[in-house]
Design a binder for this molecule. Structure first.
Ligand SMILES: [Zn+2]
Length: 184
């Protein structure tokens, strides 16, 4: 990867300088770019050094429960682990080798690779809540509103957002097909 510490000359005297502020990627792409194991592999979390828990008979699943002894990943530690992995050819705490963006000296890996809001929150938490509120399998629960869809839809239709927010309001009946931008 090539860097341009003094910027790039454009037309005439114009100099363009770019600074990487944040990287947001879905989990498979993030693992690839960070040169790490995927979220379902041991030590696949890029924010902590936990091994994670793999439930029996669910080889594709791994979760990272909070523990008081969790060790957060730090930029320096990640770079050292990448060096060791490059030397030994074996992953170190899930890190398989150098992440290309470390050529930018100011980058702090765990801070620069931010949480993927669309998949984690909108398509994760919000979609889970929607299914719990609306799906008939939860009809005995106090939070279930699947029997009040018309009322919910009429209230959703009345919400007004500023014109700079691109948002199409959909009926909640169709929540299974909602994309991320319907969920905020
Ligand atoms: Zn973690």
């Amino acid at each position: 990867m090539k860097t341009f510490p003094t910027g790039l000359k454009a037309k005439g005297e114009m100099v363009i300088r770019c600074h990487l502020l944040a990287v947001t990627l879905d989990l498979p792409a993030r693992a690839m770019v960070m040169n790490m194991k995927q979220f379902n592999g041991k030590f696949g979390c890029c924010y902590c050094e936990d091994e994670g828990v793999n439930p029996a008979n669910r080889p594709m699943l791994r979760y990272y429960p909070y523990t008081a002894t969790s060790v957060p990943r730090l930029n320096e530690g990640m770079i050292n682990d990448a060096r060791k992995a490059a030397t030994t050819g074996e992953p170190v705490k899930g890190i398989k080798g150098a992440c290309p963006v470390v050529v930018l000296k100011y980058v702090d890996l765990p801070k620069t690779f931010v949480i993927d809001w669309m998949h984690s929150v909108l398509l994760g938490v919000v979609k889970t809540l929607l299914s719990m509120w609306c799906d008939a399998s939860y009809k005995k629960e106090s939070f279930y509103v699947g029997d009040k869809m018309a009322l919910v839809n009429s209230r959703l239709q009345r919400i007004q957002v500023p014109d700079y927010i691109v948002r199409q309001q959909r009926n909640i009946d169709d929540h299974k097909h909602w994309k991320g931008n319907y969920c905020y």
